[in-house]
Write a protein that binds this ligand. Structure first.
Ligand SMILES: [Fe+2]
Ligand SMILES: [Fe+2]
Length: 155
């Protein structure tokens, strides 16, 4: 990124990459909680499906950004291959479940269960990112502000 852009990003109060990713984590957690309420109250299939689609699409965008921008930079800077390999496998598992949910009808027997399990998997993954990966990234020489700018642009 050019210096002028960097300055503009800073003065616009652009969040750093970790801040942006954590905002996504919070946002999707809220939606999973909302889904849980819909499932418990046996809400209309169309309402559950609309929310599940929103969750799935949000997770796809988030995972893509991490895989294209954040993870490669973190792998370089932290050299913690084990942690990043694990994150990659968790993304693959989540994507598989997302594809199943997108293929299903909200009236299908396991639909709510799949959304719930996806939420649990994401909770676990988020804990590892926020508890291990992000602190390591912060300790490293990664330019999180510049990565934040490219993350926001890519999004
Ligand atoms: Fe994440
Ligand atoms: Fe992730």
């Amino acid at each position: 990124m050019a210096t002028a852009e960097k300055v503009a990003a800073k003065s616009a109060g652009t969040q750093d990459a970790v801040g942006l990713l954590i905002s996504d984590h919070r946002e999707v957690k809220t939606l999973f909680d909302k889904y849980e309420k819909l499932a418990q109250t046996k809400a209309k299939a169309s309402d559950r499906q609309a929310l599940a689609e929103t969750i799935c699409d949000m997770l796809i965008v988030h995972a893509t950004i991490e895989e294209e921008i954040f993870y490669p930079a973190a792998r370089d800077a932290t050299e913690d291959d084990d942690l990043l390999d694990e994150a990659q496998v968790e993304h693959a598992a989540a994507k598989d479940l997302i594809a199943q949910i997108k293929d299903m009808d909200p009236g299908d027997e396991l639909y709510d269960a799949k959304v719930k399990v996806l939420g649990e998997q994401i909770d676990h993954h988020v804990q590892e990112e926020e508890g291990e990966l992000f602190p390591e990234a912060k300790k490293s020489d990664m330019d999180l502000r510049e990565l934040g700018a490219s993350t926001a642009t890519r999004k």
